[in-house]
Design a protein around this ligand. Structure first.
Ligand code: PDD
Length: 286
């Protein structure tokens, strides 16, 4: 089945999908995005993702490309036309095409691109079985990381550094030694008492949709969550650590900067959260 992209009002073959050279997303990273997981043909947490998209647009004084209802239909159509049952759908809105100028252009229509791709669920299942390794890097991003902006160069460099070190994620650490979040995921630990700890999402991190949904999943398992900062040394000494994101759901962390977390094997809490997450999704499907 050939891949199809949605670009500014048209469904086009993926190979021919183009945006203008003076799109502000291309020149200034003047755009925002969302990534939703597709599991068994179901687009996970779409209302929450579109709610966060609205917020990102508002924070940057950018117009919505179409109504929420129309967007839902187009997203589902892109997933359908690509025959994606498991994978992701990526949506990007930029301030549009205009002669290069730092100032906001007047009367420019926002650009909208939506693509979808298949991902073999066995890949993440294997990573969950093995657990992932993370490295820590000093925070060097702008303050508004709560906005899901396409300006991701520090994240790209941090994740590349992780790969060079044989790790799969990089955790940004603030000047006090507290973990903020990963290059493309939120960070969590489990204390000796079995309490889940994650940094408050008011400042300094993206309010992950998987993070938000995990509050409900944790409650269904009778687990307590504490929203507070945790340091790198607390994480290294924790009972478990894990990450959450739309593309990974829950993945256990077994090593931080070369030091094993607990016995160096995926923790049972992270794995049961991962299982319960899919149970919740399956219930929604039923
Ligand atoms: N990234 N923090 C950052 C910096 C992220 O880029 C992401 C997601 C998250 C987790 O958010 P959510 O649970 O809504 O996916 C946290 C996506 C997956 C990406 O850029 O591909």
């Amino acid at each position: 089945m050939p891949r199809i992209a949605f670009v500014n009002g048209r469904y086009v073959p993926h190979a021919d999908a183009c945006v203008h050279v003076e799109d502000r997303g291309y020149q200034f990273a003047d755009g925002v995005y969302e990534v939703c997981e597709v599991a068994r043909g179901y687009i996970m947490d779409m209302p929450r993702h579109l709610g966060r998209l609205d917020r990102s647009l508002k924070e940057l004084q950018m117009a919505a490309p179409m109504s929420r209802g129309a967007l839902e239909i187009v997203i589902a159509e892109v997933v359908r036309r690509n025959g994606v049952r498991n994978g992701l759908v990526y949506l990007q809105v930029t301030r549009g095409v205009a002669r290069r100028d730092f100032l906001f252009p007047a009367d420019t229509k926002p650009s909208l691109v939506i693509i979808s791709k298949k991902i073999d669920p066995a890949i993440n299942a294997r990573r969950a079985e093995q657990g992932i390794k993370v490295i820590t890097v000093p925070e060097n991003r702008w303050e508004r990381v709560d906005i899901k902006s396409v300006g991701l160069l520090p994240n790209v460099l941090a994740k590349e550094k992780a790969r060079a070190a044989g790790a799969q994620e990089a955790w940004f650490v603030d000047t006090e030694g507290y973990v903020k979040e990963g290059g493309s995921s939120n960070a969590w630990i489990v204390t000796a008492d079995g309490v889940l700890v994650t940094r408050p999402a008011e400042h300094g991190i993206l309010r992950g949709i998987t993070r938000t949904s995990l509050f409900e999943v944790a409650a269904s398992l009778g687990l307590k969550i504490e929203e507070r900062g945790f340091s790198v040394s607390e994480a290294k000494a924790a009972r478990e650590a894990f990450i959450t994101s739309a593309t990974t759901v829950v993945l256990p962390v077994v090593e931080i900067d070369g030091a094993p977390v607990a016995n160096g094997h995926p923790g049972t809490v992270a794995l049961s959260l991962r299982g319960a997450f899919f149970d919740v999704a399956e219930k929604r499907l039923a």
